[in-house]
Design a protein around this ligand. Structure first.
Ligand code: GDP
Ligand code: IMO
Ligand code: MG
Length: 432
């Protein structure tokens, strides 16, 4: 039993991280979102009731959980307040269960305006971002012109400093993109939300986590996006702007890499991707449409249809190496019900050669052709099955084959969106 655990996506996001975090956070003291912002959309379904979270960690609905937004995040005050209000309307009072790192970076309206203007200008070359301002907010942080939440508390001149940065961005917006300027009023509203609503939640989460680790408290680190969207290790430039991988936990939270514990890969039983970029196993045919429909593959944040394809073992092995997974949570098995056959991409064909590792660049990756192994499908429904013996034999074979090929233990299989639709294969790794 490990008191610390990372849950992150091993593919291109939307693997079912929200469901898993909610499922295993019942004895956890802290759930920490370690990167990204409201580009994420994490869905929890509890006895039929669906909640989608964007910034707030997915363990929040458990009474004992304290939720932490880590230094590595970019946070829009208005998006956070909107999410808190939506939860309140649903009867979830979580205001006192949320802490924001004083080192987290502010995501402001000019970031959103820049994200939208750039995507519009790039037209067919666009990244297909969520248009939430994530890239521009991280750029400002790295350029050291960003604003940390702590600055709102401690920097007396923050309004003057913000006006300067706003001027700089408005110059680009108006002169380069021919886009409307952002008014200072919009920025002021964000500051007011922090001062009036979020102020008491801003704290030194780094020291808090150091203390929690010393006390051996149970901490769950929740990733957003997925490994293949990592800024350095994903399919650049079709990636997000943060470190989505396990190493990102230490960097984003200010804790030792030794303190991380178990690293669980949330992995779909097939592949999806939303936005542009290479996707070797993409199915632009009826099977792709079948998976999209059965899996309800539409973005939880933007509503965009997700591109669908077969399971990519080349990427899965790469992801396992990059992260050092200690277990896999295999999700959405039920979506494959009814397919006559199921394919696993076991290698790529690139310029006449067989490759077992993905090229590190989008251009050659676009040119990789998948080499498939074909397994028979199953015609029975697996929806809601919670016992291994009840799974159709071909579903069991598919799961076992995936496990053997990746070389990482599958600890659970998810057979539906609900918390209850979960088949445990090894509970010990996820016990905290
Ligand atoms: P996240 O971003 O990784 O948290 O995943 P999303 O919430 O964006 O997308 C996953 C979607 O699949 C959500 O609609 C979930 O409710 C749903 N889901 C999760 N696990 C399963 C499963 O095992 N089967 C089915 N059919 N749906 C699932
Ligand atoms: P969760 O946490 C899937 C994708 C976008 C785009 C790229 C860059 O729900 O799994 P960004 O807005 O981050 O600059 O967009 O990353 N993307 C996601 N895809 N799930 C997500 O989050 C994503 N967050 C961003 O579609 O391709
Ligand atoms: Mg999602």
């Amino acid at each position: 039993m490990n008191k610390r655990m990372v849950v992150l996506g091993s593919q291109w996001g939307d693997e079912g991280k929200g469901k898993l975090v909610d499922l295993i956070a019942n004895k956890v003291k802290y759930v920490v979102r370690f990167q990204g912002g409201h580009n994420a959309g994490h869905t929890l379904v509890i006895r039929g009731d669906k909640t989608v979270l964007h910034l707030i960690p997915s363990g929040i609905l458990h009474d004992q959980v304290m939720a932490i937004l880590a230094p590595g995040m970019v946070i829009s005050p208005s998006a956070l307040v909107k999410e808190l209000d939506q939860l309140k309307q649903k009867g979830f009072e979580v205001e006192n269960k949320l802490l924001i790192s004083d080192q987290a970076t502010l995501l402001l309206p000019y970031h959103v305006a820049l994200d939208k203007a750039r995507e519009k200008e790039k037209a067919s070359q666009k990244i297909g971002t969520t248009q939430r301002g994530i890239g521009p907010a991280y750029e400002d942080k790295i350029a050291r012109r960003g604003f940390k939440f702590g600055a709102v508390l401690y920097n007396q001149d923050i309004e003057t400093d913000l006006k300067e940065v706003l001027d700089y961005h408005n110059f680009v917006l108006q002169n380069y993109y021919q886009a409307p300027a952002v008014s200072f009023d919009e920025i002021k509203q964000e500051l007011d939300l922090i001062r009036n609503r979020l102020h008491s939640k801003i704290t030194d989460t780094t020291s808090l986590l150091h203390q929690a680790i010393e006390e051996n408290a149970a901490i769950l680190f929740e990733g957003a996006q997925g490994t293949l969207l990592d800024i350095d290790h994903g399919t650049y430039p079709f990636v997000t702007s943060s470190h989505t991988i396990a190493g990102g936990v230490a960097v984003s939270c200010g804790i030792s890499p030794n303190a991380i514990g178990e690293i669980i890969a949330v992995t779909k039983a097939y592949s999806t991707r939303v936005g542009s970029g290479p996707f070797p196993t993409e199915l632009i045919d009826e099977t792709g449409q079948f998976i999209q429909k059965q899996g309800n593959e539409f973005g939880a944040t933007t509503g965009r249809p997700r591109r669908c394809g077969w399971f990519d073992m080349v990427m899965a092995k790469y992801s396992a190496k990059v992260n050092g997974f200690t277990g896999i949570a295999l999700t959405k098995l039920d979506v494959l019900d009814g397919l006559p056959e199921i394919k696993i991409c076991v290698a790529y064909q690139y310029k006449g050669e067989k490759r077992l590792t993905p090229p590190n660049h989008a251009v050659p990756l676009e040119q990789c052709e998948p080499i498939y192994e074909t397994l028979p499908g199953w015609q029975q429904s697996t929806k809601g099955i919670v016992e291994w013996e009840q799974l159709p034999e071909n579903a069991q074979k598919y799961i076992k084959r995936l496990e053997t090929l990746v070389g990482v233990k599958i600890v659970l299989v998810s057979t539906g969106p609900d918390r209850e639709d979960t088949l445990w294969l090894d509970k010990t790794i996820c016990q905290m």
